[in-house]
Design a protein around this ligand. Structure first.
Ligand code: G6P
Length: 608
């Protein structure tokens, strides 16, 4: 997501430290950058575009100070413009704030603040924070009290850092969004927070300051930190909390991957957080309603999904959701759609594209638009070409994905498509059964990540001749995706099939050298049929890996089991998929492949 850096105690090097910190966070992806420095006189410089542009701005119009904050923004509320870049300020310009996360109640706070006379200059949710602080300062609160009271009014996820004019201090708070303190080399103390001299750093991610220090303090949800002569950490009630100073083992080189060997593995592990962001403020507590402002008013009578690669598998899944709701829906490969376009009628045409820039998908969407269709982009990238050209946009909010192989964005697409179907096509009974399962997804995925034995299975079969994946209904797109992931990063031959199709040809390929991954959830008719398919391949001596919630007999016929928690069949698709992502990753790792940058492939393909 976005990146935060803050520092105090760096004297004349404050600004340099901030800009350098932002450069260290560039790997996360961003579309705007900015800094604020203070102490005596607060100055803010920010711009859409690259850090290089921010540097140019600072060269021609410098700022200086003894305390500061910086931010790389990756848009979620409002396009990537100069105004929407962080830091954000209050009406007086005396408060500057950077924020990661999503403030769920920002609209009502903004309405109240506007009614009280505050003027807003951006579309962001973040901007309410400096105005709330300003309100408290006007009431006579100290800077620290003002910060605490303002943050206390926020609902949602946040990592926030703020500086206030005339105050040589830095304030920070977190809830459900990472924030870590760096304790500089000059500061004393190793075991506890008994550190009295800076420099100190605050960041969303260790790489931002790793070159300056390896000593860190992790802030927990609900905690506040004040940095001035030392660091004081307090809980939500204001009680001081003793924090341990830990030493990071990784070197500066590795830190972009937060300790993971590859971005792909990091991104697989980021799925619980990415899904929380996707669902946040969109599904209600009672599980009975879904609220997405950008698509809530649509009521499609038919849908055509267009997409490529992994996004096409999400499209197949999305089409199944709407078909189940009784609305005709079909997924098309975008590259084929433009060359042989189907009758369009009143269908809504939905482009699924994590980048929002895939040429084939854009061309299919343009073709649909040319023929008068209403279009929707389901994407991860605010301000992308797809969002600019489509009538509507639904953001999956997965955060930037660096590994070429799509992982967390596929999960985000499936979750967002569920929300889209629930908001526009499905009845309250379906909502009540699906929403709780969606809410459980982050925890369920975490449990798959914590308990998966995919690494051992991958090691055993890394040299197999071919890998096959079979599944039915919602598990069919996952079977295709499991095979695509494996081919992309391991260069091994892999195919996914609708489980029922296996016997109509592909069975000829099945031998004891071709492991078959069978995706089986529930204990109904669909699961029983897939268990039948497992028996067919078992009879041909193929090693079988059942990816299952254990409700059917699949385990009885399988050589290995990759378990997932029991859940709604729609949510189970995201869980079996995590197991297959891990299989692909570990097979490729065993074979020593360059996992994050597979040969011949690009993250975003902008040619047809
Ligand atoms: C490329 C990538 C794939 C991706 C596809 C669609 O081929 O290598 O991983 O699934 O583009 O990308 P999109 O950004 O449109 O989802």
């Amino acid at each position: 997501m976005c990146g935060i850096i803050g520092c105090i105690g760096r004297g004349g090097e404050t600004l340099d430290t901030l800009v350098h910190g932002l450069e260290n966070l560039e790997y996360r992806g961003y579309d705007s950058a900015g800094v604020a420095v203070g102490g005596d006189d607060l100055g803010v410089r920010k711009t859409s575009g690259k850090i290089e542009q921010l540097r140019e701005m600072l060269d021609s119009d410098p700022v200086s100070g003894t305390v500061g904050i910086g931010h790389t923004r990756w848009s979620t509320h409002g396009p990537p413009t100069d105004e929407n870049a962080h830091p954000h300020q209050d009406c007086t310009g005396g408060v500057a704030v950077v924020h990661n996360g999503i403030i769920e109640n920002y609209q009502s706070l903004r309405d109240d603040l506007t009614a009280a006379g505050h003027t807003f200059t951006s579309d962001t949710d973040t901007e309410v924070v400096p105005h709330l602080i300003e309100e408290e300062l006007d009431r006579g609160a100290t800077p620290e009290e003002a910060f605490r009271t303002a943050v206390g009014q926020l609902e949602g996820s946040y990592a926030i850092a703020a500086i206030i004019d005339g105050t040589d201090a830095l304030f920070a708070a977190r809830n459900d969004s990472p924030l870590v303190i760096g304790v500089g080399l000059d500061a004393e103390g190793t075991g506890t927070i008994d550190v009295t001299e800076g420099p100190y750093f605050i960041a969303s991610d260790v790489p931002a300051f790793r070159e300056f220090t390896a000593r860190v303090i992790y802030l927990e949800d609900g905690e506040f930190a004040r940095f001035d002569d030392g660091i004081t950490v307090t809980d939500a009630e204001g009680t001081q909390v003793e924090k341990a100073v830990e030493t990071i083992e990784w070197d500066a080189e590795e830190t972009g991957k937060s300790g993971y060997d590859h971005y792909m593995l990091k991104e697989i592990n980021e799925q619980p957080r990415a899904l929380r962001q996707c669902l946040r403020a969109r599904v209600d507590e009672l599980g009975s309603s879904v609220d997405i402002d950008t698509v809530g008013d649509l009521s499609p009578s038919g849908l055509q999904f267009v997409a490529c690669g992994t996004s096409y598998h999400a499209a197949l899944y999305g089409a199944r959701l709407f078909e189940q709701a009784g609305i005709p829906a079909r997924a098309y490969l975008a590259s084929e759609y433009a060359t042989s376009p189907p009758p369009i009628g009143d269908d809504l045409v939905v482009g699924i594209t994590q980048s929002g820039e895939t040429a084939d998908t854009l061309s299919a969407l343009r073709e649909a638009k040319r023929r008068g269709a209403e279009t929707l982009a389901v994407t991860n990238t605010v301000g992308s070409t797809a969002t600019r050209e489509c009538d509507h946009a639904l953001y999956i909010r997965s955060g930037p994905e660096i590994g070429v192989a799509a992982t967390k964005t596929f999960a985000g697409q499936l979750a967002a498509l569920n929300l889209f179907a629930l908001a526009t096509a499905e009845d309250s009974q379906t909502r009540r059964s699906v929403i709780p399962a969606l809410r459980d997804l982050p925890g369920d995925i975490q449990s798959v990540l914590d308990n998966s034995t995919a690494a051992e299975i991958a090691e055993q079969y890394a040299d197999a001749e071919s890998f096959f994946f079979i599944g039915r209904r919602y598990q069919y797109p996952v079977a295709l995706e499991g095979a695509l992931k494996l081919k992309e990063i391991s260069y091994e031959h892999a195919e996914g099939f609708a489980a029922g199709e296996l016997k109509h040809g592909p069975l000829a390929l099945v031998t004891d050298q071709t492991p078959v991954f069978a995706l089986v959830v529930g204990d109904g008719e669909i699961a029983r049929k897939t268990v039948g398919n497992i028996k067919e391949v078992e009879a041909r001596d193929a090693p079988v890996v059942a990816v299952t919630d254990g409700q059917s007999d699949a385990e009885l016929y399988a050589d290995h089991v990759l378990e997932i928690p029991e859940t709604h069949p729609r949510a189970a698709a995201l869980l079996t998929n995590v197991q297959l992502q891990l299989v692909a990753y570990h097979v490729a790792n065993n074979l020593g492949r360059p996992i994050d940058k597979p040969r011949n492939l690009a993250k975003s393909v902008t040619v047809e």
